[in-house]
Design a protein around this ligand. Structure first.
Ligand SMILES: Nc1nc2c(c(=O)[nH]1)N[C@H]1C(S)=C(S)[C@@H](COP(=O)(O)O)O[C@H]1N2
Ligand SMILES: [Mo]
Length: 446
């Protein structure tokens, strides 16, 4: 990287929750001015360049001139026996409950801090959680999975039985159907953690549901649907078509290389790639094969789409193509003009991401972002694009296109079809406004 370019690199304050008090903001700005005074005066001219590391001018930098304590002393031996934890300096990166939601003990949700993550895999400790009746830490030796209904042989599996079967490992996103649901009518939440944080992506390991259905000899003529049931008290039961069940659905026990976490369904959960989170039944204990849809409570009074004409749609379970810029995003602050790497995530419940466009002028002009590999079907895809901020107020947006050719809609395009009364399946383009003082906020534009 050229010396000139290195001076152009702007800095972002990534507030943990997306909020900074005025005092720490002023302090950060002051420190920044002292450090980069000259660069600011130069203005920004380099539109795109390969930026490796954001090395700042080293002159007089005490952290370079003086050997720090840790290079003159012995380090500790093993960090901790047992399970490792992130650095204490990263403590602010946490799952959080939304400030806007009523909290009741029976039903709860905690959101993934998308603004602080890299790549596509969500660390298991930051995976979002949604519980309709609280979570449990179930003893796996007492857990059973039953397969019944239209099958030649009904069977009950122990965890040991299941884990002896041929397994597969797949990377997939999970998104709650209610993700971004608060934003249908107007701007509701300040940060990407709360607007989009019911979204995570992991590698899951388990046995294909098709393997189990074949083992039980499911009725190929009359078996049209399966019902999945969880072992918690939420009566979480969901209908899944037999075609999907026989395609890529997993009965999973592992996530990101280790057994599932209790909050994510330990010891067994359903993984239904591309489909809204509610169908990913946790604490899975029963699969029934049937000849018609079950129309359970979570398919008739919940997880339905209220349409403008007063009718509602049922069984709209696929998570359509969507994307969001995670940095810069609501609650963060750009400390000066200059180069920034705009980064974000794109996904589609129908397949792979083909392209992501980014606009820095409220949707007038679009440039194609770089897609990072791997680009997997029904998984998050990371995108990056170079940008030089000239200090004027701007609106930044991302727009994803999947390999079916579907284009992520603008908010008003979505509202034209869906109205504003829905909760579920809001996959509209997200707009972030950057004010001239660098503050980033959630806005809606037509
Ligand atoms: N048994 C059971 N399974 C469940 C739920 C639940 O409350 N109980 N919540 C569902 C909903 S609405 C979602 S969005 C996902 C969330 O999965 P996670 O908690 O692992 O993020 O689990 C689904 N599976
Ligand atoms: Mo959900």
């Amino acid at each position: 990287m050229s010396n000139e370019l290195s001076k152009l690199i702007g800095r972002i304050i990534k507030a943990p929750e997306g909020f900074l008090d005025q005092a720490s903001l002023d302090e950060a700005r002051k420190a920044r001015r002292g450090f980069m005074g000259k660069a600011l005066a130069m203005g920004a001219g380099v539109a795109s360049a390969a930026v490796g590391s954001a090395a700042l001018a080293a002159e007089g930098e005490s952290a370079i001139l003086n050997l720090p304590e840790h290079s003159k002393t012995l380090g500790q031996s093993v960090a901790a026996l047992g399970y490792g934890m992130p650095s204490k300096w990263e403590q602010n990166l946490q799952r959080r409950e939304s400030p806007g939601l009523t909290r009741v003990s029976q039903a709860s949700v905690s959101f993934t801090p998308l603004q602080g993550l890299f790549g596509i895999i969500t660390p298991s400790g930051l995976h979002f959680e949604r519980h309709h009746q609280g979570w449990h830490d179930i003893d796996p030796s007492n857990h059973r999975l039953m397969i019944n209904g239209l099958v030649k042989q009904e069977r009950v599996f122990t965890m040991d039985d299941l884990m002896r079967l041929p397994s597969v490992s797949r990377i997939h996103f999970i998104e709650c159907g209610a993700n971004t649901g608060a934003e249908w009518g107007n701007v509701a939440l300040p940060t990407v953690q709360y607007t989009h944080g019911m979204l995570s992506c992991s590698e899951f390991t388990g046995v294909l549901l098709s393997t189990l259905l074949e083992m039980c000899g499911y009725d190929k003529k009359n078996g049209k649907y399966v019902l999945a049931e969880g072992a918690d008290g939420s009566s979480m039961t969901r209908t899944i078509s037999i075609d999907r069940a026989m395609d890529d659905v997993l009965v999973a026990w592992a996530m990101n290389g280790e057994m599932l976490r209790p909050e994510n369904g330990y010891p067994l959960r359903l993984v239904v790639p591309g489909v809204q989170g509610v169908s990913w039944v946790k604490y899975l204990r029963r699969i029934e094969v049937g000849d018609q849809r079950y129309d359970t409570k979570d398919e008739t009074i919940h997880y339905i789409d209220m349409m403008p004409d007063g009718m509602h749609r049922q069984y709209t379970s696929v998570q359509e193509c969507k994307s969001v810029i995670t940095t810069p995003s609501g609650g963060q602050t750009l400390l000066d003009k200059g180069y920034y790497n705009i980064t974000g995530l794109a996904w589609s419940g129908r397949g792979k991401i083909k392209r992501v466009d980014v606009s820095v002028d409220g949707g007038k002009n679009w440039r194609a972002a770089r897609l990072e590999t791997p680009i997997l079907s029904k998984a998050l895809t990371r995108f990056n694009i170079d940008w030089v901020w000239d200090g004027s107020p701007v609106i930044i947006q991302s727009r994803a296109i999947d390999d079916t050719g579907y284009v992520q809609p603008k908010l008003n395009q979505l509202r034209a079809v869906r109205g504003t009364k829905s909760i579920y399946h809001n996959n509209a383009i997200q707009s972030w406004k950057i004010s001239s003082n660098g503050e980033v906020s959630n806005v809606q534009v037509s």
